[in-house]
Ligand binder design. Structure first.
Ligand code: C2E
Ligand code: MG
Ligand code: MG
Ligand code: MG
Length: 273
């Protein structure tokens, strides 16, 4: 009896696993096609200076419009791309496309904006990353100082030594560096200082409760103080209300980003045709 049940369970488990693997393989193949068919495109979200209220930067966020399934979230397909070499291909194309866009906007419209591009863990391991960044800048003419690369706190802390080395090479190109989703990992002040970053982005999870919870406010206050102590510009991400925005301004946060200020949209929608 027990044996039958056991075998039955085993069988059931296998089917679920096989289905999940097939789904993943299918999605990975779809993602490969997406790269070639131009289904991937960058959305841009404004980053606003809290003193002047002006847009000072834009973050490029990858979008996938699947021919049958519609919009697929990067939270779903980036991890998939990271399991293969696809992330490096996609990441390089993202760099090329967004630096080209921003360089053109600077030339045509005189827009003096910093471009923020996300890098994944796998990209930090790619020996072609630094030359690819250099190439994107050289071929588009975007000044290095107008590009800020964002790396998540968890990616940086995974292999601190190796990450520090890549960041130093990137920095020598003249690009700016940001630590993304700060507060979700366990980095110390000493580590932050060693990495010589320019910007710290406070994770959305701390901003969400800031207007209602004393604890959230205290945490954000201390992150801002800590970041300023090591000369980092602080950006709050996920600002969804005017109250949150006012509070962040009062706390001395430098810049903010979030649906309240502007959603990620196609370039033409943000900058005009
Ligand atoms: P992230 O870099 O922390 O980007 C911020 C995310 O928060 C974006 O999600 C953005 O759309 C979302 N967001 C912005 N403001 C608000 C708000 O007020 N409320 C809420 N609820 N969400 C807000 P998205 O576009 O889904 O991207 C998710 C993550 O995927 C990004 O987090 C980033 O880690 C990764 N990602 C996106 N594009 C790329 C890329 O080109 N390369 C790599 N390696 N990763 C990327
Ligand atoms: Mg980011
Ligand atoms: Mg973030
Ligand atoms: Mg995030």
């Amino acid at each position: 009896q027990a044996k039958t049940l056991g075998r039955g369970r085993h069988h059931f488990f296998d089917v679920g696993l096989r289905e999940r693997m097939q789904r993943r393989l299918r999605m990975e193949q779809d993602l490969r096609d997406a790269v070639h068919d131009g289904q991937l495109w960058p959305a841009y979200q404004p980053v606003v200076d809290l003193r002047t209220g002006e847009m000072v930067a834009v973050e490029a966020l990858l979008r996938w419009t699947h021919p049958r399934h519609g919009a697929i979230s990067p939270a779903e397909f980036i991890p998939l791309a990271e399991e293969s070499d696809l992330i490096n291909v996609i990441g390089k194309e993202m760099l090329r496309a967004t630096t080209r866009e921003l360089a053109a906007r600077r030339a045509r419209q005189g827009l003096d904006l910093t471009l923020k591009v996300n890098l994944s863990t796998r990209q930090l391991d790619d020996p072609h990353l630094v030359p690819a960044v250099q190439d994107a800048l050289a071929s588009t003419g975007l000044p290095a100082g107008a590009l800020c690369l964002e790396v998540t706190e968890s990616a940086l802390m995974r292999d601190e030594e190796a990450a520090a080395e890549v960041l130093a090479s990137l920095r020598s190109l003249g690009v700016l560096l940001a630590i993304d989703d700060f507060g979700t990992g366990y980095s110390s002040l000493a580590q932050l200082r060693r990495l010589t970053l320019d910007t710290l982005k406070i994770d959305r999870s701390f901003i969400t409760g800031i207007a209602e919870s004393r604890d959230a406010e205290a945490i954000v206050t201390s992150i801002i103080a800590m970041a300023h102590a090591v000369d980092l510009t602080v950006i709050a991400e996920g600002v969804e209300s005017a109250e949150q925005l006012e509070l962040l301004r009062a706390l001395g946060c430098d810049q903010a980003q979030g649906y309240h200020l502007g959603r990620p949209v196609p370039a033409a929608e943000l900058f005009g045709q």
